[in-house]
Design a protein around this ligand. Sequence first.
Ligand code: G3H
Ligand code: ZN
Length: 288
Amino acid sequence: MLVHIKNIVENARKGGYAAGAFNITNFESILGVAQAAVKANSPAIIQVSESAIKYMGLKPITHIVSTVAKNTAAPAPIALHLDHGTSFDAVFECISSGFTSVHIDASSLPLDENINLTKQVVKVAHARKVWVQGEVGAIKGGHGDIRGKIENIPLASVEDVIRFVRETKVDTIAAAVGTAHGVYSNEEIVFSLLKAIRKAVKIPFVLHGSSGVSNSQIKKAIKEGVNIINAGSDLKIAFCQTLIKVCLKNKTETDPRNLLKPTIGAVEKTVIEKMKLFGSAGRIARYV
Ligand code: G3H
Ligand code: ZN
């Protein structure tokens, strides 16, 4: 079923677990996430980046996700969210299309400019009852990157996060705490920083860049109160590795569905593992 992200996040807070926000790239990955939510009895946030919108089109994505949520995933709460929106216009289009949550990522701008742009988004979003995620301390890396190590992972300043949240009135906050987008061997959550942010700022914390972070660190982050965890690269990797394997084995196949169907299962399997890790699996029965 299609729900407002607020329902999913408030239940995650009450239950002491994290809801997964899964980046989709195409129809097959939308189906993979939806099927995983049903099989794992878990809520799920389906999130789209600007590049996913460029690939599929905003209207098609909005309609496909909402139809899949209402049908394939009828028993499971699903919310639609914009991930890393970089401009007021891009975010506004998603708000107007029916997203219940948008991320305005102006974290690469100086803090004052980040605050100003985020405030403008909050004003229009809240007037339409849409949640806004803000970001402080740009999170580095590349979605789908598997390059080994990443240099100089930036960290957010606690004072900047406090000022940003107070002035912008965002609903959820993402901040650089040692993770990166992609899979790198040197991603380490700085727990002293995460704890300090969690202590100072009471809105839900969004952990970006979870691919490449060890399961033990993810579990510890949830214990520290992280309620939304973004996962993208691991889904892309599962999709592509499966597709490459199937194509190599079936070089004369002429029906695209026979090549693509296993990719749905691969995304589903990856997402179910994450739902179990995040603690959201099995929560539907108690969902209100
Ligand atoms: O915004 C998307 C996420 O932060 C994805 O990060 O590709 O490392 O899983 P990831
Ligand atoms: Zn991210």
